[in-house]
Design a protein around this ligand. Structure first.
Ligand code: DON
Length: 306
């Protein structure tokens, strides 16, 4: 495994087209594009890394997998009254479907869906309490108490968050929100601004690769059925309007973030985190996807077969 990922890291270092770092969140535009990291965490506890696997980056939309997990823990199946579970085929920050579909987002991973999930998790609490709960959950699944929120990124998102504010106010206009829009948005921006490295992120995803149990701690996080369903949502919706392409090329459930991270799950086999800040035009990590495509090919881990 070490040989495989060293080889992938070397191949990625030689690529000239590394994509473009996200610029609509000014703080993310400052990240150096040539960085690359990959970590593969196995259910037996073995961890393999290549590149700058200890460098923290903004996990952005990858956090939506964990807020969904928390929301399912609170509402169970009732969550699906508020959020759909179909691919959107539209960009992550699109507003168009929301009007036709009466303010019910297509899935929990597009921004509108994740903002709705933030409203569910808030449940009458103050954003500070809810953020503490989200952080505590991230630390629990990653087995690492140092994980925190990058306040600079959160502020940067808040200052430039007109699109997300539009989505939230539009949904609130249908009477769907239980909390003030500003509290919901504050919670959403802050959980997107959690900073992690690939070692922490690969460890955090292990429960999804291991029928709901995190093997590093032995704790059950979700039932096997729920782990399977979260994986299926990641496969169908984790890369927005690039989800089909990601399934075609990589063949693993995965969730991307505009910070350039991708968390991917090979059920029963491994949890993988990659980070390469340059994005493709859809907003998914360009080299991160290429690295996962190579890894899936070399390991035969695609859920669709060798
Ligand atoms: O709301 C936003 O636009 C960002 N906080 C998250 C978007 C994101 O990560 C899209 N993923 N590729």
């Amino acid at each position: 495994m070490q040989q495989i990922i060293d080889d992938i890291a070397a191949q990625m270092a030689s690529k000239t087209d590394k994509g473009k770092v996200a610029s609509y969140i000014p703080q993310l535009a400052q990240v150096a594009p040539e960085q690359f990291a990959i970590t593969v965490a196995l259910p037996d506890g073995a961890i393999y890394s290549a590149g700058c696997a200890k460098t923290l980056f903004s996990i952005q939309s990858i956090s939506k997998v964990f807020t969904l997990t928390l929301a399912l823990g609170k509402l169970g199946e009732r969550l699906w009254n508020r959020v759909g579970r179909e691919p959107s085929g539209d960009p992550f920050n699109s507003i168009v479907q929301l009007e036709h579909e009466n303010g019910k987002p297509r899935n929990p991973f597009i921004n509108a869906g994740a903002i709705t999930v933030a409203d569910i998790i808030l449940q009458g609490h103050q954003p500070k309490e809810t953020l503490a709960e989200i952080l505590q959950f991230m630390r629990f699944v990653a087995n690492d108490d140092t994980i925190s929120i990058d306040e600079k990124v959160a502020r940067s998102e808040l200052e430039t968050g007109d699109r997300n504010a539009s989505l939230a106010h539009f949904m609130a206009s249908f009477g769907h929100f239980e909390n003030p829009v500003d509290s919901v948005l504050g919670t959403y921006f802050h959980h997107c601004s959690i900073a992690m490295n690939t070692i922490q992120l690969a460890t955090a995803g292990l429960f999804l690769a291991n029928d709901g149990v995190n093997p590093t701690t032995g704790y059950r996080v979700v039932s096997p059925k729920r782990a399977k369903r979260i994986n299926s949502l990641m496969l169908m919706c984790g890369h927005y309007d690039g989800s089909g392409e990601f399934a075609f090329r990589v063949g693993l459930p995965g969730k991307s973030g505009v910070g350039g991270g991708i968390m991917a799950v090979a059920p029963g086999k491994a949890s993988i985190a990659v980070w390469a800040p340059g994005l493709d035009p859809i907003g998914n990590s360009k080299l991160g996807t290429q690295a996962l495509e190579l890894l899936a090919r070399k390991t035969g881990w695609s859920v669709f077969g060798q």
